[in-house]
Every structure is written in structure tokens, then in C-alpha cells.
Ligand binder design. Structure first.
Ligand SMILES: Cc1cc2nc3c(=O)[nH]c(=O)nc-3n(C[C@H](O)[C@H](O)[C@H](O)COP(=O)(O)O)c2cc1C
Length: 219
């Protein structure tokens, strides 16, 4: 594995602009081809994740790469159960909307990257976390977003799965205390990126206008 270059390179390669990658990025579920991402591409994507900013420069993330079909199978079964429980909790009309929506591509992608958060990394005196404890978790999530955008630039699909019980995934991957798994990312080559998010296409929820999200001076 090559070390990521987190400092500015002197000769930037011509590549997708960050805006292009942001626009191309999708949460991918149904478009995985089953072809595994080559190791050098995986290294670049993980390297991008590892270049994320973090509170006190703690870098509280780790990446667990899971490719064993038995592990993908057993996790997919657990997720199917969590999906069933969610479906059963819905009122009839929402359930009808939810039913056709695919919520994971665990087996089809051929690979999971589980991103974890270690609150203990960096010891007790974390510069910048003494007032807002969540900043540690925010940092690990930024690693995920870096990874997700880098994958989009590489034409690689990522699908975030959160339909799981945290203790189950902790046990499955032998994640030690106090480290928490915060995301299972399905990562694999894709046939295409959808232009419109699945949840919008299937009528679950669309994107609200930017103007509704921007406030001037006071909320
Ligand atoms: C924290 C988080 C958890 C998510 N969990 C799931 C999930 O379990 N299953 C799923 O299909 N999508 C999941 N998603 C993807 C969202 O549904 C998706 O990002 C959203 O609908 C917008 O679509 P887009 O990412 O393609 O723009 C998750 C996204 C985030 C940020």
C-alpha cells in the first residue's frame, strides 16, 4: 500500500473537478457490476479518506476492508432483517413507497469498507473537542465523504448502509472497545451512476431547494 500524499502536489494531474465529482457522486445500490475495484484504485480512494481534516488532527478513523463472501453474506442477512423491521414500522402508504427501494448492494459490490471511529485516539486533551464532543465523530464522517468523492472521480460506486445493529457489526468484525463502526460502505465498479438519487426516483423524498437551506444573519 502506497502512502497517500496529503500535501499539495507540485504538478496537479488533469482530472475531474471537485464540482464534477460532487455532481456525479450517488449512493449506489443497484448498479454494481460485481467487478472488484483494482488494488491501486482502492489505495487511492482510501488515501483520499485518510487525507480528511480532523479535530486536533486526531485522525480517529480506521478502514476495515471486507471481501470474504461468507462475511458479506452473513452481514447481508442481518441487514435484510433490519430492513424488515423498518418496513413493519411504517404506515401503509409509506410502506408501499418503501417496498421497491433497494437499500444495499452488499453482495453485488463484492466489497465492504467499514469505517470506524475511535474516540480515544489522541488521548485526553484533544485540541478543539473540549467544547463540542461530536467533532470527533464529524471528523470520521469527513473521511467518508473524501472517500466517497474520490470514488466518484474514479468511476467507482459507493453505497452507505446503516441498516444494522451496531453491537452486531462490532462483534462480526472483532472491533475492539471503544472503537465504533460508523458506516458499512459497499464499494465496487458500477455500470453507471444514476442522475437522480434513488429515494427521489422512487418518491420517498426529494432534495429541498438551496434557498430553503440558506439563512441570512439569523436562522
Ligand atoms: C449517514 C447515511 C446513512 C445512509 N444509510 C443508507 C442505507 O442504509 N441504505 C441506503 O440505501 N442508503 C443510505 N444512505 C444514502 C442516502 O439514502 C442517500 O445519500 C440520499 O438518498 C441521497 O442520494 P445520493 O447520495 O445518491 O445523492 C445513507 C446516507 C447517509 C449519509
Amino acid at each position: 500500500m502506497t502512502e497517500p500524499a496529503c500535501s499539495t502536489p507540485s504538478n496537479l494531474e488533469p482530472t475531474l473537478s471537485v464540482y464534477d465529482a460532487i455532481r456525479r457522486r450517488r449512493d449506489v445500490r443497484a448498479e454494481f457490476t460485481g467487478v472488484l475495484v483494482p488494488q491501486e484504485v482502492l489505495d487511492r480512494i482510501l488515501g483520499a479518506g485518510h487525507c480528511a481534516p480532523s479535530v486536533g488532527n486526531t485522525q480517529p478513523w480506521d478502514f476495515v476492508v471486507v471481501r470474504k463472501p461468507e462475511t458479506l453474506d452473513v452481514f447481508a442477512e442481518h441487514v435484510a432483517d433490519a430492513r424488515r423491521r423498518f418496513a413493519e414500522s411504517l404506515p401503509e402508504d409509506r410502506r408501499a413507497t418503501f417496498d421497491p427501494i433497494k437499500i444495499e448492494g452488499i453482495r453485488e459490490s463484492g466489497m465492504g469498507i467499514v469505517v470506524t471511529y475511535d474516540r480515544s485516539r489522541g488521548g485526553e486533551h484533544i485540541l478543539g473537542r473540549h467544547t463540542v464532543d461530536d467533532t470527533g465523530l464529524f471528523s470520521a464522517v469527513l473521511a467518508i465523504q473524501n472517500l466517497w468523492l474520490a470514488a466518484a472521480a474514479e468511476n467507482v460506486g459507493v453505497g452507505w448502509v446503516s441498516f444494522y445493529d451496531e453491537p452486531y457489526l462490532t462483534e462480526l468484525l472483532r472491533i475492539p472497545e471503544p472503537v465504533r463502526p460508523i458506516a458499512w460502505l459497499c464499494v465496487g465498479e458500477v455500470a453507471e451512476f444514476q442522475q437522480v438519487p434513488d429515494l427521489e426516483r422512487f418518491g420517498w423524498r426529494g432534495r429541498r431547494p438551496l434557498a430553503d437551506a440558506v439563512h441570512l444573519e439569523k436562522f
